[in-house]
Unconditional design. Sequence first.
Length: 162
Amino acid sequence: MNRSLCIKDIMNQVNDDDIVIASTGYIAREVYRQKDRDLNFYMQGSMGNAFAIGIGLAMHVKNRVFVISGDGAVLMGLGSLITAKSLALHNLIHFILDNNCHESTGGQKTNSHLLDFRHLCKNTIVYKIGLDKDIPPRIKLSCKQITERFKNAVQRLSDKQK
């Protein structure tokens, strides 16, 4: 399986009121290509922080929060996995696409083979994948546009739940 197929599978599980946080790089770009929506947040330039954002959201909303990360990003933010484990948030689902490299930045190897992410945090689903030769197009929204539409969508969701 490759990145494109994994993300297609994940996004097919997303309901209208689910929140999706996509890690920086090809993952965010692929989510954008497959199913762009206001409740998607495309992380830009902050590798390793997508899961921490997902934790914060899951603590404050009732909706499911899907976080899609690469193994390299997760390794940069391992503390977030331990925090999530201690919080045991039932609405937080973490998908890790593990290709044992930083694919978006040139394919530098990671050390993901040294641990099993599933043991570090509940509700973690790991896809072991190969490299994907299909490079997704860049997101056609500015960082400001991504942030504003996402904040507005989460606010509408919050208002609807009151």
